[in-house]
Design a binder for this molecule. Structure first.
Ligand SMILES: NC(=O)c1ccc[n+]([C@@H]2O[C@H](COP(=O)([O-])OP(=O)(O)OC[C@H]3O[C@@H](n4cnc5c(N)ncnc54)[C@H](OP(=O)(O)O)[C@@H]3O)[C@@H](O)[C@H]2O)c1
Length: 338
């Protein structure tokens, strides 16, 4: 049996540069957790950075170096970055709510850039959010951008990948959309809510993260990454409803429904109300790729939104033994034909 199954990068056009040690921060998070096995499968020496040690980490990543560090603790962070060639920055503090995350995420970025410089890192690869920096952005998107700006003030070249909603079984944004559709029969949708989003499948995000590491031309540059489709958020909910085989009613509303939707979603997802609200407030901004240079540097065909949803759904049905797998696959297959 393959040591690290579920590989996404088998058809990536780039080749591994295995001599170098890579640090993955946010390894306990969704994106980091998917990236680590992919790097290991490609032969990289990987160190993961986690805030607290548990034996489960060793079981999850046998043979992987584990550094215990909170990025807010500078000396610990500096030790975690020692001997590293390239570090993936995949951390955020959104769950702390709007009043706190901006300050904390900025401090984390400042610490990171300093520790990277002291350890003579060759590269940082940061995954943040899309959104036009010249426009009025939500607190969440503005904070993601500020992290990039803080990192870029240092001497270590930063590759900044900007993504909208990431679709995958463990992604908070995906889970919010899915649980809303599963649990709300009627949606009050603000009349002016017609902003556009270019969602991307987790497999494509991982391919770009690994591809950037393996293509030196991406060093120090920023790229927008997205899937094949651009949709309004209402359309995204409607497509999710089709994929799940649910009939849902959308009624135009004259007032903002963020608070109500966030409250409902927080009842059904493990994510906190604060985190959901911060993510939902970002729905007023268009999050669509402008800079498409990455397509030439790391060429492959990303999934459509519907394919990404179906892939997430079948992944969930594999994981959840209590779920009726056949039912989920039938729904998924039916949805593809629509
Ligand atoms: N998911 C999406 O839809 C999406 C879309 C666009 C961009 N992104 C970007 O992708 C990156 C990763 O997101 P994600 O969805 O994987 O997030 P996630 O699942 O919420 O994970 C966040 C990770 O950050 C770690 N972390 C937070 N503060 C830390 C600190 N002070 N020191 C050390 N570790 C810390 C957490 O560690 P603990 O386990 O200890 O809390 C966790 O591992 C973020 O930069 C995010 O902006 C995500």
């Amino acid at each position: 049996m393959e040591a690290y199954p579920d590989r996404f990068c088998h058809d990536l056009p780039t080749k591994p540069l295995i001599a170098n040690k890579i640090l993955v921060t946010g390894a306990t998070g969704y994106i980091g957790g998917k990236l680590v096995p992919e790097l290991l499968a490609r032969g990289y020496q990987v160190r993961v950075m986690v805030r607290t040690f548990t034996p489960q980490h060793q079981e999850r990543w046998p043979g992987v170096e584990i550094a215990i560090a909170d990025a807010l603790e500078y000396e610990d962070l500096k030790k975690a970055l020692k001997g590293i060639h390239c570090a993936y920055f995949l951390m955020h503090s959104l769950q702390l709510g709007k009043k706190k995350f901006k300050k904390i995420d900025t401090q984390v970025a400042i610490n990171f850039r300093k520790a990277a410089a002291e350890n003579n890192l060759k590269r940082i690869i940061y995954l943040g959010g899309l959104g036009d920096p010249k426009k009025s952005l939500s607190a969440h998107l503005r904070s993601r951008l500020m992290v990039a700006e803080e990192l870029q003030k240092g001497i270590t070249p930063v590759t900044f990948l900007r993504a909208a909603v990431i679709i995958g079984s463990g992604s908070t944004s995906y889970k919010i959309i899915k649980h809303l559709i599963q649990n709300c029969p009627v949606f009050l949708f603000p009349l002016r809510a017609n902003s556009k989003c270019q969602p991307i499948a987790i497999r494509d995000v991982i391919k770009y993260l690994v591809g950037c590491l393996e293509n030196a031309k991406t060093t120090g540059n920023s790229y927008d990454i997205g899937g094949q489709n651009i949709h309004t958020y209402q359309m995204m909910l409607k497509i999710q409803a089709t994929v799940l085989g649910r009939k849902r009613i959308f009624i135009p509303s004259f007032f903002s429904t963020v608070n109500i939707c966030a409250r409902i979603a927080s009842l059904f997802t493990p994510a906190s109300f604060e985190l959901i609200k911060s993510l939902m407030e970002s729905c007023v901004n268009d999050v669509v790729c402008q800079n498409k240079d990455i397509i030439k540097l790391i060429p492959f065909q990303p999934l459509t939104y519907k394919e990404a949803l179906i892939s997430a759904l079948s992944r969930e049905s594999q994981k959840d033994v209590s779920c009726n797998k056949n039912e989920a696959i039938v729904i998924a297959n039916g949805a593809l034909e629509k």
